[in-house]
Design a protein around this ligand. Structure first.
Ligand code: COI
Length: 357
């Protein structure tokens, strides 16, 4: 694989005049790579970010054959650009591709493309410690044929944007509406894949949550409507009797890289952890009795966002304001990412491209 650089490197930090928030402050470049039937993945191009030309019959538009990832690069205390566990995103993108009958990009090639992109566009990231360079790789089926079958041709796009906090309310705790009508994922379905349809399926419930004064939906399992699963774009943790508990992975929960990282960090710090089915009733009863001391959402975009309130069938359950385990884990995680804490688990990768220059 070659990466053809067809635009100048970025030179200007972005997001300094107005808080960049999440989702709008794009870097000027993007990577494109096409998969051609019978030929496989072609060379990649780094080009100016611009609208794509796409067949209106494209499989992705009609049947949702589309997957993505979310990952971040940081500027460490020495000013160097580092990526956090990029191979984990590459591996998860491979699993998503396989689930959606798409050809994966080999992990090493994906990682090299990301490193090269960050090296080229990294000047957009200032040294403001609250900012990160968020990377959004996507792959989608482009065949303009309306039969329902896997596309034969695909496009991979890698976008970058400067982000600060995912939630506009900053560090104020989230209010979650526990969804009692719709479900996000079923056993045997696509819930563990990072595919567009999972997010499309969540939008109506998300709108209802916002109308009810909440920030996010907390999804329950589809079979029993009893067990906590995830927030849709984030995994969910609670602290019950001092133990950090999160639902186990399976085919209805996205295997969050932040989730995995926090479990490893907690074990390293001697915090008891459990991955087990987590009944909503146990969490709510625990809030009333004082056993449930923390609930928080985790993800690349959300980092660790504490939950202040759970709303279940109109009743509000309020959590304690202080969430010491979430606070400690967040300090450790962001410290490793920014280089103020030692990277003992070797999670950081420098952004310099190697094989591609
Ligand atoms: C992420 O955390 O990066 C995600 O992809 C979740 C979301 C913003 C869709």
């Amino acid at each position: 694989m070659q990466l053809h650089i067809l635009t100048d490197p970025a030179t200007t930090p972005l997001g300094l005049d107005v808080d960049p928030g999440f989702g709008e402050c794009f870097t000027p470049g993007m990577i494109l790579r096409d998969y051609e039937p019978g030929l496989g993945w072609q060379d990649a191009r780094l080009v100016p970010r611009a609208p794509l030309s796409i067949d209106p019959a494209a499989v992705a538009l009609h049947y949702g054959q589309s997957i993505f990832e979310g990952m971040k690069a940081y500027r460490d205390t020495r000013g160097e650009l580092v990526l956090f566990r990029p191979e984990a995103n590459a591996e998860r993108m491979t699993l998503s591709a396989e689930r959606m009958a798409m050809p994966p990009i080999p992990v090493a090639e994906f990682t090299e493309l990301v490193k090269a992109f960050v090296a080229h566009q990294g000047a957009c990231l200032s040294d403001d410690p609250s900012h990160a360079l968020y990377l959004r790789p996507i792959t989608f089926g482009t065949d303009g044929v309306l039969g329902v079958h896997p596309s034969k041709a695909y496009t991979f796009v890698l976008l970058g944007m400067i982000v600060s906090s995912y939630f506009k309310k900053g560090s104020k705790g989230l209010r979650l509406r526990v969804e009692d009508q719709y479900v996000r994922a079923v056993k045997g379905g696509t819930g563990a894949a990072k595919t567009a349809g999972n997010y499309a399926a969540s939008l109506l419930a998300q709108r209802k949550a916002v109308e009810a004064g909440c920030d996010q939906v907390l999804w329950l399992d589809a079979q029993h409507r009893e067990y906590i699963e995830e927030l849709g774009g984030m995994n969910c943790f609670t602290v019950l009797d001092g133990t950090l508990v999160t639902p186990p992975l399976g085919d209805t929960i996205l295997a969050g890289i932040t989730r995995d990282t926090l479990l490893a960090l907690a074990r390293h710090l001697g915090i008891p952890t459990e991955e087990r089915p987590l009944p909503l009733s146990e969490v709510l009863d625990g809030i009333s009795s004082g056993r449930t001391t923390e609930v928080f959402a985790t993800g690349t975009a959300a980092v660790i966002s504490s939950v202040a309130e759970l709303v279940w069938k109109g009743e509000t359950f309020r959590l304690p304001d202080a969430q010491p385990i979430a606070t400690m884990l967040k300090a450790k995680l962001t410290g490793i990412q920014k280089g103020t804490e030692p990277d003992t688990m070797h999670w950081l990768t420098h952004a310099q491209p190697t094989a591609l220059v």
